[in-house]
Design a protein around this ligand. Structure first.
Ligand code: URA
Length: 197
């Protein structure tokens, strides 16, 4: 394990242990467990979804249900395989019946995400769907107006794009989402080439 990876893994493990014990809001009482996130701690890119669904809640891993399988296929297709990125959610506990988390629930959970970012220090962040976009960028944004654009916040390049579950529901979103993911992959490849990572 190289020098940079070692402390990040340790810090993530201890943050994960704290997060798994979280009881800060009522969501924890309605789910099986906290889903922390996973992936390459040295990746320059983090994907942020909405919150665990039923499969994620059962398995304790993000994006492993139907939407996750689509995300995996898209990432593979743009040559950014899942094991080369980091994936997490804006809320770490499953909202009952897969409803969208409220802004208040997101606010309760955001400190965990901030701590994850402090450790991961990603260069890019992809906001999958409106919940992550509203919770992280601004609560009044419309996906059809902002998807595919980079927003710089505190030195991080953030792009909102369609949530894979939305793409599964509406095939008209496939094309614009595909263009967004191609741009994401282009940007990551350029960053890696520039920084020799
Ligand atoms: N949808 C999300 O937003 N996150 C997951 O982890 C799974 C489905």
């Amino acid at each position: 394990m190289d020098n940079e990876l070692d402390p990040k893994v340790e810090q993530l493990n201890s943050l994960k242990a704290e997060t798994l014990a979280c009881q800060n809001c009522h969501l924890r009482a309605g789910c099986q467990g906290v889903v922390f996130g996973e992936g390459d701690p040295l990746s320059p890119i983090v994907f942020v979804g909405e919150g665990p669904g039923q499969t994620e809640d059962e398995l304790g891993r993000p994006f492993v249900g139907k939407a996750g399988q689509l995300l995996d296929r898209i990432l593979e297709a743009v040559e950014l395989p899942r094991n080369t990125v980091y994936i997490t959610n804006i809320v770490k506990c499953r909202p009952a019946n897969n409803r969208t988390p409220t802004l208040e629930e997101m606010k309760y959970c955001l400190p965990w995400l901030r701590d994850q970012f402090r450790i991961l220090r990603p260069h890019f962040m992809v906001l999958l769907g409106l919940a992550a976009t509203h919770g992280i960028l601004a609560p009044d944004l419309k996906m059809n107006q902002v998807h595919g654009q980079w927003f710089e916040r505190g030195g991080v390049q953030m792009m909102p794009t369609y949530h894979p579950a939305a793409i599964l529901r509406n095939s008209n979103l496939k094309r614009p989402a595909w263009e967004d993911f191609k741009e994401i992959s282009r940007a990551v490849k350029a960053f890696k080439a520039e920084n020799k990572v």
